[in-house]
Design a protein around this ligand. Structure first.
Ligand code: HEM
Length: 267
């Protein structure tokens, strides 16, 4: 991890708060990843676990196992990619107010719709153009880095229709369903697309389904007054590596991370 983030300007302003914080958290993730690797090396992990697979990988040309730096970056990637993303996708899932939860189709529709409106990786993926290409009359020169802004694409009226900003899980009903874990539909890319899309998407969808089905089976959730309406709660979300829910505050006051809800046990 270079500690520079996606913004190339960070290179020139390393003293600013954002790049400094980014470097700090990269260092902390690096230390955590090193602890995980060293623990696994000292005390062998269960066979067939992700850690056991990482330790057993051999470079096909040299025949050597991954070195400490390579193992650390794999573990750090799994920590960043696999934990924050799923946790913050669970939070805004708004099926709490909608539908027959006994049916998995409704649950999937609600998950898809939540990840459409509030995709945790909202700024999308950066990709470098391999050659000069022309997209809708605009030339993208070879070597340029292009962002595919997921949030914007997920709310495009051209793709989703005039109600693109509305929470309507029913738009997913009648879909052919999941292939390799996540719904496939043009303009829907919460896990990115193409050869470098999310390797953990099937697991992530499984986690979302099981955690949400369990929670909703036991509790009824009602958005707390502090959050305002669903629309206000949605608008308060902010991007800090992942898109996080925030408690709306009066103008001029900093937002606080979190999603406040009342939780009523189902009897
Ligand atoms: C709701 C949960 C998740 C979301 C929204 C998500 C989203 C994404 C996205 C958008 C990318 C592509 C990044 C890019 O284009 O550069 C990605 C990559 C990746 N994700 Fe996930 N992810 C989730 C959960 C997970 C889980 C649970 C794991 C692992 C256990 C995981 C492991 C990875 C890895 C290793 C990559 C890098 C793949 C590569 O570079 O080839 N993700 N994820």
């Amino acid at each position: 991890m270079q500690g520079l983030g996606l913004n190339p300007l960070n290179r020139y302003f390393p003293f600013l708060e954002k790049p400094r914080k980014f470097r700090y958290w990269c260092k902390r993730y690096g230390e955590l990843a090193e602890r995980v690797v060293r623990n696994a090396q000292d005390c062998p992990p269960p066979p067939n676990s992700i850690m056991a697979s990482l330790l057993s990988i051999k470079d096909p040309t040299t025949g050597k196992p991954l070195n400490l730096e390579q193992l650390k970056s794999e573990v750090a990637l799994l920590l960043v990619a696999g934990f924050e993303t799923t946790a913050h996708s669970i939070a805004p899932a708004r099926l709490l107010e909608w539908g027959d939860l006994g049916r998995l189709k409704s649950l999937d529709a609600a998950i898809n719709e939540s990840m459409r409106l509030l995709p945790v990786t909202s700024s999308g993926s950066g990709r470098e153009a391999r050659d000069d290409i022309t997209v809708e009359g605009r030339v993208i020169p070879k070597g340029a880095v292009v962002m595919l802004p997921t949030y914007t694409i997920h709310r495009s009226k051209k793709v989703w229709g005039p109600d693109a900003d509305e929470y309507k899980p029913e738009r997913w009903l009648g879909e052919s369903g999941h292939e390799s874990g996540a719904a496939r539909r043009p303009g829907y890319q919460p896990f990115s697309l193409g050869p470098r899309d999310c390797v953990g998407q099937s697991l992530a969808v499984l986690e979302l389904r099981s955690v949400l089905a369990t929670l909703i089976g036991h509790f009824r959730f009602v958005l707390a007054e502090e959050m305002g309406s669903f629309k206000e709660a949605e608008q308060a979300a902010r991007q800090h590596i992942t898109l996080k829910p925030m408690v709306p505050t009066p103008p001029g006051q900093p937002l606080r991370p979190g999603l406040m809800m009342h939780c009523h046990p189902r009897l």
